[in-house]
Design a protein around this ligand. Structure first.
Ligand code: GLA
Length: 399
């Protein structure tokens, strides 16, 4: 909060305010308060980028930014789905077979309804409103937050409880089939299983996670710096990287790059691009394990080094960074020498979005001002900087 005030940007609404404003908006539009409600968090990935869909390791934590979904049964033969923040509304019959609606926010909701139907749970028509403080398309898991909040609301509506891992897998299928993004499991996994005060070391092959305590807030703060760059090519480039990895694994005779090692790359018939991508994936997964160990033993120097190495690999080998992200990470690297910054890197899919900067809590004002200044000097505008504690998982809400 102090960071936002210091940089002249408005505080994000607190969760209580977000919820009460959403309930009021729902009540105004639909003429009665909602009966069902749920919230799901965004996330920031500390390290382990583009490893989840290669069956590797990731180390995300949930952030204190939430998607809230409110609903009640509809008395009509159709549902009204309303994105409060976009002021977009669509009418659709949820009891009929569903298909994606080109370019609509509703795909994140419809995909989940479709998955419930595929499991044999019939979803009735609903009046439904969605609102979110997770920045959209910023690499902070905003899509998964909507999907997991939706699944959590539908659990209440249908009376069906779904195991948390099953729910994450269901939401990933929803994302693949309706919005059509071939994402990995990380975002849905952390949204369903986050632990307050912890990061999760997730093995994306076995889907087993270990909670690692984050350092106390009075010592270390997680800053998130949003470049506000949203590249249209992000989703096609993401799919292209994913298929490059699949091709590289196939050429190595493996199911996934999780089974690959650097020795195999030396002798395999790979294109230069495939070799670089595979190299990133292999080394990044190793860095995640080292970073988790460093976090556990409070070896912050080692953790910081691994974060900077991860960024360099994403920039040079995997080629998913951009000048705005590099500028933030370079500025953070300069501050590292003075002791304020532990480590920094791009977070999420890349091509814009956010950098995560781990810094000493005593230095957050200085660090955020310096990031603002360096960034504004080059791009003529400031990034949006906020901090977040490691938040808890998706949950139903009582209105
Ligand atoms: C996006 C996807 C995740 C993951 C990251 C890159 O956020 O949704 O599954 O692949 O990119 O690490």
């Amino acid at each position: 909060m102090g960071v936002q005030a210091a940089t002249g940007q408005p505080d994000p609404p607190t969760f209580d305010r977000q919820l009460s404003e959403a309930v009021e908006a729902f009540t105004d539009r639909f003429g009665r308060p909602p009966r069902f409600a749920a919230a799901a968090p965004g996330r920031v990935n500390l390290i382990g980028e583009h490893t989840d869909y290669n069956d590797g390791y990731v180390l995300p934590m949930a952030i204190d930014r939430w998607t809230v979904i409110l609903a009640d049964r509809s008395s009509q033969r159709q549902s009204t789905l309303w994105a409060i923040d976009l002021d977009e509304l669509i009418a659709v019959d949820l009891t009929a077979p569903l298909s994606p609606v080109a370019g609509s926010f509703a795909n994140y909701l419809l995909g989940v309804v479709d998955q419930f139907a595929a499991r044999g749970h019939s979803v009735p028509n609903l009046d439904l409103a969605v609102t979110s403080t997770v920045p959209m398309g910023a690499g902070l898991g905003s899509s998964a937050a909507i999907e997991v909040a939706m699944a959590t609301v539908l659990e209440q509506v249908t009376g069906v409880q779904i195991d948390r891992l099953e729910k994450a897998l269901l939401c990933r299928r929803a994302e693949h089939t309706f919005p059509g993004a071939p994402c990995g499991i990380m975002d849905m996994f952390i949204a369903t299983q986050a632990q307050r005060g912890h990061a999760l070391l997730i093995d994306c092959r076995s889907n087993v996670a270990r909670a690692i305590p984050m350092p106390p807030a009075d010592q270390i703060t997680v800053l998130i710096a949003d470049t506000n760059v949203r590249h249209a090519l992000a989703s096609s480039a993401y799919a292209a990287r994913r298929s490059t990895c699949r091709q590289a694994a196939a050429k190595l005779g493996l199911d996934s790059l999780r089974e690959a090692d650097l020795g195999m790359l030396a002798t395999a018939q790979l294109s230069e691009h495939q070799r670089r991508c595979a190299r990133h994936v292999i080394c990044e997964s190793q860095r995640v394990l080292l970073a988790a160990a460093a976090l556990k033993t409070n070896d912050l120097d080692a953790l910081g080094e691994l974060m900077f190495d991860s960024h360099a690999s994403l920039r040079d080998l995997y080629e998913v960074s951009c000048p705005e992200l590099d500028t933030l990470v370079d500025a953070a690297a300069e501050l590292r020498a003075q002791g304020g910054v532990i480590g920094a890197r791009m977070t999420g899919g890349g091509f814009g979005g956010c950098a995560v900067v781990l810094c000493r809590t005593s230095a957050i004002e200085k660090v955020s001002h310096r990031l603002q200044r360096q960034f504004a000097r080059r791009f003529g505008r400031p990034p949006t900087i906020f901090s977040s504690p490691p938040a808890g998982p998706a949950h139903p809400l009582r209105i």
